[in-house]
Write a protein that binds this ligand. Structure first.
Ligand SMILES: Cc1ncc(COP(=O)(O)O)c(C=O)c1O
Length: 404
């Protein structure tokens, strides 16, 4: 069980109140979560004590090297990867994915096929267009009305020409959990790379990249209680076989080969603290064990609240929830809906007037929103549950929606 009260004490922004003494309810987590004090301190302490560039002979530079190595180790533990050298660091997922796509455009050849999906965020669709410049064909897996990918279409589209499959682990628009385990096993004996976008998944569930037959995985720390830094996991040996855009003066080996310029060391220090914060929710001897145990608790807590939200929304005749129901656990705690009489923007304005942070629109999952005929209606209203949300907050949101 999550001790909500204890967890909330760590997040300074949760105590922000308006002129009427009302607290803010943050349900905007899928766009970026709030950060605990440990992260804020991790960033400030870095600036106070260790601010320097890397690879120098002096104390602050050595401390920076140590911190950066430690961060790669933590992310490796978090993703269950083979070790720190599988983890590259970048500004955000989109930029890392573009760099990877450009590197792969030097490997793939005309006539090769790469699979993307209609459900994915543009950050896992747009970058792959780069491959079309070298004659690679992009093949799109269909999205069904239910907000779930069409898996028979998916498997039909995988053939001898397929050199790569790029899919999200879950949808940031509808909260759909994708069948990436099944697709991973389907690809097992095939000579085909498999990339997973874990950006919307990593805040909610434990990951073991080695069990997924996965070659690349991307995630962003600002979605899991950290600052704006992102990570690319690459299967050992793979990144070294590619030729990413890079300077001749930089390190020419994985994981550094795809990291251009100076990274945001202070933010990286904050990410290390974010991972330590998550692990502190769990129990175990190693960081990995603690993280697994923490994610179990986080998933259960968030699922319960999101299911309560979903069930309550189902009672409103004028509201239609988009995406799969909560009868199976094929869901992240992200609930999106449309209202018969008000646009998502109007709903979000009304929620905002009651201090509730919620997003409206397509959240860059534009194709999915278009496919479900929702673009002209302004997309959806999205409520995302995070570890710091409580039952009382969800009840308050339901009360405000009932007034709408
Ligand atoms: C599922 C998913 N993939 C990719 C991204 C892009 O991440 P970033 O902002 O780090 O580029 C997002 C951001 O919202 C996302 O939700």
């Amino acid at each position: 069980m999550i001790n909500s009260e204890k967890i909330r004490e760590y997040f300074p922004s949760l105590s922000r109140i308006d002129n009427n003494n009302n607290q803010i309810i943050y349900l905007d987590g899928p766009g970026g979560t709030q950060v605990p004090i440990q992260v804020i301190e991790g960033i400030s302490q870095y600036y106070i004590r260790s601010n320097a560039n890397t690879h120098g002979e002096f104390a602050t530079s050595k401390e920076t090297d140590f911190m950066m190595d430690g961060l790669r180790g933590r992310v490796s533990d978090m993703l269950g990867s083979e070790g720190p050298n599988t983890i590259s660091i970048g500004q955000n997922m989109t930029t890392l994915n573009y760099s990877l796509a450009r590197a792969l455009s030097r490997k793939f050849k005309e006539g090769d096929e790469v699979i993307i999906t209609e459900l994915d965020h543009e950050a896992n669709r747009g970058p792959w267009r780069v491959l079309e410049e070298v004659g690679v064909k992009l093949v799109e897996v269909k999205l069904l009305e239910s907000g779930i990918l069409d898996y028979s279409d998916f498997k039909n589209k995988i053939n001898d020409k397929t050199v790569m499959v790029c899919m999200g682990m879950s949808s940031n628009a509808f909260g759909t959990l994708n069948d990436f385990i099944d697709i991973g096993s389907h690809l097992k004996d095939k000579d085909c790379l498999f990339l997973l976008d874990a950006v919307h998944y990593a805040p909610h569930f434990s990951i073991n990249v080695q069990e997924l037959n996965c070659d690349f995985m991307l995630c962003s720390a600002y979605k899991f209680y950290g600052p704006h830094v992102s990570f690319l996991y690459s299967r050992p040996g793979l990144l070294d076989s590619l030729s990413p855009d890079r300077l001749v003066v930089q390190d020419q080996e994985a994981p550094y080969i795809i990291e251009t310029g100076t990274l945001n060391h202070a933010a990286c220090s904050g990410v290390a603290s974010a991972i330590d914060f998550i692990s502190s929710i769990g129990e175990g001897d190693s960081l990995r064990e603690k993280l697994e145990s923490a994610y179990q608790k986080i998933s259960n807590h968030e699922f319960e609240l999101a299911k309560h939200l979903y069930d309550s929304l189902q009672n409103f005749q004028k509201i239609t929830v988009i995406g799969p129901d909560f009868s199976s656990k094929k869901r992240t705690p992200t609930v999106s809906f449309v209202h018969n009489d008000f646009s998502p923007q109007e709903v979000c304005k009304k929620l905002a007037s009651k201090n509730i942070c919620a997003w409206d629109g397509h959240f860059y999952a534009l194709k999915a929103i278009q496919k479900l005929g929702l673009e002209s209606k302004g997309g959806v209203t999205r409520l995302g549950v995070s570890v710091y949300n409580t039952k009382q907050e969800i009840d308050k949101v339901i009360e405000v929606i009932s007034e709408i």
